[in-house]
Design a binder for this molecule. Structure first.
Ligand SMILES: [Zn+2]
Length: 472
């Protein structure tokens, strides 16, 4: 009985020591943790005196990651944190040389019999889970940085890299496994390969998962030569097998460091990013139920999508009324009662072709806008405007394309056309039946000479015209 109390006390102290690690340090914060991919760089094999070096190394690792495609363009989708731990000794175990180090997560070289494979041994993975559960429960990707200068790393549920000069290169490769679910594309053995997102065991186009990237001009299997250095095909040698397994491109970071990701591995990264984070950062009004009063209703959406790649589509009760980041509605644009206003934001990148990934690249926000019956009644007495009208072209002057909003008091046959200064019809933008409500047409004026043009709306019971200038 006497020995029990000190033993319990010692256990309690040990437990305290294990959980009382230094607090995480924010390296990059682009948004709320619940709405970003949170990368945790976790220290392993760093002593208390080494923690400044750890923070600096973690910062360099994150800087290098976000300088690498496609992370460079999608950096706004990520937060990054340095999670310190204190080890009694520096470095990692080397079982082949019977070297053991007392470290927090028991990192060891020689995993699976491969010396440069560096992973967490013993109960390291359990300790890592416990640590992150306390320190950074919102983490999505854990990257363990091992304080050992020898080249090494491994991927899987957790990515582990050494502090070798190539750490960032290794980390980006291991993130390919951990974040994008990719397989290794290197051969090297006589074992049978396996099929995955970026490896195939059959070079027939029907059995290659990246068939969206194949064209008829590329032979399958694809010759491993310079003439096919930048095409997507099916190159033999992948998934640890030299024969009977195929990879998408001749070169890829999942095959060898020093190269970028191939087109297929790149698209799976972008898919993985949008699988976790919406392309919509924020939208206004903040409330989803809105009442249309006397003033204008201003809608706006902020996209996380890389510059120049965002597409917007606003609809009112299923009819497209806008294609920019903002939309303004008058009460008179809406029928009495409730209307469904929706914006769809899409990353229009041409880097994603896989039909299972494409739907991840867009998201919607929706509002229910109620126009009180009283407002509708007022409009009849000259209040809100419900008449058929042609909205202002934007931009005007136009160089390439202009948006032309128009509203119909009643449904029916509509013709929206453009005439030049000599009265010749140069474009027909709408010619057909349209329902009552707000609409928008796009006029591509890029091929027209500079000058003054007239846009003419012919609708049931009304016609309207507007002068638009084409500038060059
Ligand atoms: Zn690849």
């Amino acid at each position: 009985m006497k020995a029990l109390l000190p033993a319990l006390l010692a256990a309690a102290l040990l437990a305290t020591a294990a959980s009382a690690q230094p607090a995480p340090i924010t390296l990059v914060e682009n948004g709320p943790r619940a709405e970003r991919i949170n990368v945790a760089v976790v220290a392993e094999g760093y002593r208390e005196a080494d923690l400044d070096a750890f923070q600096a190394a973690a910062g360099r690792l994150i800087d290098a990651l976000f300088a690498t495609a496609p992370y460079d363009r999608y950096a706004a989708f990520f937060n990054a944190y340095a999670v310190p731990t204190v080890s009694a000794e520096a470095g990692a175990d080397r079982p082949a040389r019977s070297e053991a180090r007392d470290t927090y997560l028991s990192a060891t070289f020689g995993c699976g019999g491969v010396h440069r494979s560096l992973c967490l041994g013993g109960d390291g993975e359990r300790r890592l889970n416990a640590l992150l559960r306390d320190a950074l429960p919102e983490y999505d990707v854990a990257l363990v940085l091992v304080n050992d200068a020898e080249y090494g790393g491994s991927g899987g549920r957790v990515a582990v890299v050494s502090a070798h000069a190539a750490a960032a290169e290794i980390a980006v490769h291991e993130m390919g496994h951990t974040l994008a679910g990719l397989a290794d594309e290197y051969g090297g053995g006589a074992a049978a390969g396996f099929a995955s997102r970026n490896t195939a065991t059959d070079a027939h186009p029907a059995h290659v998962p990246w068939s969206a990237w194949l064209d008829d001009a590329t032979p399958l299997p694809t010759p491993d030569d310079a003439a096919h250095g930048h095409v997507v095909g099916a190159f033999e040698g992948a998934a640890y097998a030299d024969h009977g397994a195929y990879r998408p491109e001749r070169h890829c970071r999942m095959r060898a460091l020093g190269h970028g990701f191939c087109a297929v591995c790149n698209e799976h990264h972008i898919g993985a990013i949008y699988d976790r984070v919406s392309p919509i950062a924020a939208a206004w009004p903040a409330e989803s139920d809105v009442t249309a009063g006397a003033g204008r209703l201003a809608f706006r959406v902020d996209a996380l999508v890389p510059a120049g790649q965002a597409r917007y589509e606003w609809t009112v009760d299923g009819v497209t009324v806008g294609t920019s980041a903002a939309l303004a509605l008058d009460a008179g644009d809406l029928p009495p009662g409730a209307s469904h206003v929706e914006v769809r934001v899409t990353d229009a990148t041409d880097e994603v072709r896989d039909s299972t990934l494409v739907p991840l690249l867009s998201d919607v926000r929706a509002w229910t806008v109620t126009r009180p019956a009283a407002t509708a009644a007022e409009s009849g007495a000259g209040g809100a405007d419900t008449a058929t009208r042609l909205g202002l072209a934007a931009p005007n002057p136009v160089r390439h394309a202009a948006r032309l909003p128009f509203r119909l008091a009643e449904g029916g046959a509509v013709r929206l056309s453009v005439y030049d200064a000599l009265g010749r019809e140069v474009a027909v933008l709408v010619d057909g039946e349209r329902p009552a409500g707000l609409h928008e047409a796009t006029w591509s004026a890029g091929a027209l000479a500079a000058g003054v043009y007239v846009v003419r709306l012919e609708a049931p019971g009304a016609t309207a015209t507007q002068v638009v200038t084409v500038a060059r």
